[in-house]
Ligand binder design. Structure first.
Ligand code: 8GP
Length: 735
């Protein structure tokens, strides 16, 4: 009813809904899976009626827009805020945030030492609220984003009038810089001062907000953890642990132990990666300079923690150094993951394998110290509202016609009812028609954006995600070259028997990540040759779709036949696009990594194409590369030789991609997995040729995907970590 009113209203004004929707920018607030997971969680929290808030920064320039020029990635600014009707500026909700300065100590009337953080600079945080409406419930939650501005007001007119133009805008600009840019790295950490400023700004404003709300209730402080649960989404907000301790000690006058008890019972910490280059560390001198009082508190937290460890493990001298929050390097560093673990009552990973790995590798010592119960797993999930109902409306409609309504959108396990129709001819026909229509839509998009004509009946093979060596887009493109060479070597008769395939890539490389950018360049260079080779025709097309984002994912994912989740085993914490692809009736080729393992368990191993070495073998293989002889797979060598011949243009650009495998230890085990990858891709071709069997696999898989709803995931957090219950907000009469 409401939608038809909107449509009619727009038509009256002379607009089409499609054109209006086109105007909407994607929120540029995240880099990849970590941010998108948070967005799915917000949807689930509201839909399940949990009274929750999201907090973040209102980046003026979110992640860059990617253009592909001559095969290379070029970054251009994304002015996503120029048109954003979804946010409400709250100039009435502001917080003053302090930086720099010094600490003065005094003694109060009870002889207690009190710390005063004085001087320095103040920046103002202004709230912008983004409503998060739940699905099929009146409950609407809030995402509060903070924007930075000068504390002194808009503009120093005094200085301006005195002719000091530059200085009059300098303060304002410096303050605004804090929320200006989203650092575009995914799974990589670089210790930039501005980023630390961002983290504290975000955390301090959010905690002030939370504490202000709690204090209005007039409850005693000891009830704080019963009333408030704060989840640290990776280590980026970990300073919140220190900030809450500071508020309780310095501003509220609590004793250390009482305050620390409140802090640790309030926080939970989710780890999203085991990659060492992504684990955050901040230099002690930098924190000392920017947040002098916080550094003192960090040292105190560490002291009490290490003392307790020493008491319990007096023999283990090395243990103290390993678990210390301070790394004794030059300069000394604060290990944020250690601080997050010590400051939280629960620590979780995001898929079973990942949660096991953190317990046995990077956080092993903490399991010894705190016991295994502090560590848990919450396997990631996705919201079916966006990733099925919105992205694939016809499939959603078909499912709803067989499951008896739309209940599956709030209880995804209802999907299993469609397994009853796996042999139903009409159902299967409609299923196949929907997939073809989705592929036709993507083919149109490919033509419009990349200028390549693809046949919608070919097998669509998709890898869309951030470009990273550990995600191994290089393995995929080497495989594509191998396919090309194999086709080229065939007679025209033989070629006719081959399964046509379109290899579709998409994803952004961090601007400073040179290798990732070379991977993009190689993909585009291969496309240029293959797509114009008349011997090959429609048998193989290679497409790189520029500027992969959520809106494009909604077009790409429903059109996939096979998608690639091929990270080196043990490196992809979970992955969430793997879930999205399967939920949309596509099969996956993948390694035994992240959530692929649980997807296999749910849908059955006949319905997934697994290959490659296992996580438990990775260490030995790497060791063998470094200390033994490293034989490169012969097929892969052939691929390298072809690249080196110049078949795909400038050999110079691609030399580093080859030598990473051949000469520098092949850290991501591309060569070790290549043979098994190629063989498994051949199995995919065979399976796809038998369309009857293929559709059966797809329907069966979708039917068994109920577990991967972010609703399940949020219920697990609510029960196992936050100890909260739903609170449904009822609609007011007449509203
Ligand atoms: C990502 C993981 O790489 C991905 O497997 C997972 O699905 C996603 O988080 C959601 O859990 N992790 C990160 O993006 C990450 O750890 N980034 C920060 C360290 C910078």
């Amino acid at each position: 009813m409401l939608i038809s009113n909107c449509l009619a209203g727009l038509a009256d004004l002379g607009f089409r809904i499609e054109d209006v929707i086109e105007q909407e920018h994607d929120a540029a607030l995240g880099n990849g899976g970590l941010g998108r997971l948070a967005a799915c969680f917000l949807d689930s929290l509201a839909s399940l009626n949990y009274p929750a808030w999201g907090y973040g920064l209102r980046y003026r320039y979110g992640i860059f827009k990617q253009e592909i020029i001559d095969g290379y990635q070029v970054e251009v600014p994304d002015y996503w805020l120029d048109f954003n009707p979804w946010e409400f500026p709250r100039h009435d909700v502001t917080v003053d945030i302090q930086f720099f300065g010094h600490v003065r100590k005094s003694t109060d009337e009870n002889g207690r030492t009190v710390a005063h953080w004085e001087g320095g600079e103040i920046v103002k945080a202004v709230a912008y609220d983004v409503p998060i409406p739940g699905y099929a419930t009146p409950s609407t939650n809030n995402l509060r984003l903070w924007s930075s501005t000068a504390a002194s007001g808009e503009f120093d007119f005094q200085k301006f009038n005195n002719g000091d133009y530059e200085s009059s805008v300098a303060d304002q600009q410096r303050a605004e810089t804090i929320s200006a840019v989203l650092y575009p790295n995914d799974n990589l950490e670089r210790g930039k001062e501005l980023r630390l400023k961002q983290q504290y700004f975000w955390v301090a404003a959010s905690l002030y907000d939370i504490v202000r709300r709690f204090k209005k209730s007039k409850r005693p402080w000891k009830e704080f953890p019963e009333q408030v649960a704060i989840q640290l989404n990776d280590t980026h907000p970990t300073l919140a642990v220190v900030e809450l301790q500071r508020i309780l000690l310095d501003l509220e006058g609590l004793e250390w132990d009482e305050a620390w008890n409140i802090v640790t019972n309030t926080f939970g910490y989710t780890n999203h990666t085991v990659l060492p280059e992504a684990l955050e560390k901040w230099s002690v001198p930098l924190i000392q300079h920017l947040l002098p009082r916080h550094l003192q508190i960090i040292y105190d937290i560490n002291l009490y923690f290490l003392q307790s460890v020493e008491r319990r493990f007096p023999e283990e001298r090395d243990l103290l150094g390993r678990v210390s929050i301070i790394e004794e390097s030059q300069p000394k560093m604060v290990r944020m993951a250690h601080l997050a673990i010590v400051g939280s009552h629960k620590v979780n990973g995001v898929a079973e394998l990942h949660s096991d790995l953190i317990k046995t590798t990077i956080f092993k010592d903490f399991v010894t110290i705190f016991g295994p119960d502090k560590f848990t797993n919450v396997t990631n999930g996705i919201t079916p509202r966006r990733w099925l109902h919105q992205a694939n409306p016809r499939l959603s409609e078909l499912i709803s016609s067989k499951t008896g309504g739309k209940d599956f959108l709030t209880d995804l396990n209802e999907l299993n009812k469609i397994e009853l129709y796996v042999k139903d001819k009409a159902f299967r026909k409609e299923w196949a028609d929907i997939k073809l229509a989705n592929k036709e839509r993507l083919a149109k998009h490919i033509k419009a954006s990349a200028g390549v004509t693809v046949d919608p009946t070919a097998l669509f093979d998709v890898q869309v995600k951030r470009i990273h060596e550990y995600k191994r887009q290089q393995l995929n493109i080497f495989g594509v070259i191998h396919r090309y060479l194999t086709l080229k070597a065939m007679s025209p008769e033989e070629r006719k028997k081959q399964q046509p395939r379109v290899s579709i890539f998409g994803g952004k490389a961090a601007p400073g990540y040179w290798m990732a950018k070379q991977i993009i360049h190689l993909i585009n260079s291969v496309g240029k040759v293959v797509n114009n080779d008349e011997d090959i025709g429609d048998l193989l097309k290679v497409v790189f779709l520029e500027d992969y984002n959520v809106s494009k994912a909604e077009i790409i994912i429903p059109a996939s036949d096979i998608s690639e989740h091929i990270s080196t085993a043990g490196t992809e914490a979970s992955g969430t696009s793997n879930m999205k692809f399967v939920l949309n009736g596509g099969l996956i080729i993948g390694t035994c990594d992240g959530a692929n393992i649980e997807i296999t368990r749910e849908i059955g191993e006949n319905n997934i194409f697994l290959f490659g070495n296992l996580a438990e073998d990775v260490e030995d293989l790497r060791h063998a590369h470094t200390y033994g002889t490293h034989e490169i797979d012969t097929d892969l060598n052939r691929v390298f030789q072809e690249i080196e011949k110049g078949t795909f243009g400038s050999t110079q650009d691609f030399a580093a991609l080859i030598s990473a495998v051949r000469d520098h230890g092949d850290y991501y085990l591309v060569s070790d997995d290549f043979h098994s990858y190629i063989e498994t891709q051949a199995l995919v071709d065979d399976a796809y040729r038998n369309q009857e069997e293929w559709i059966t696999k797809c329907i069966t898989s979708v039917a068994r995907m109920g577990f991967f709803s972010s609703d399940r995931c949020i219920n697990e957090y609510a029960e196992g970590i936050w100890n909260i219950e739903p609170l449904r907000v009822e609609k007011e009469e007449g509203a």
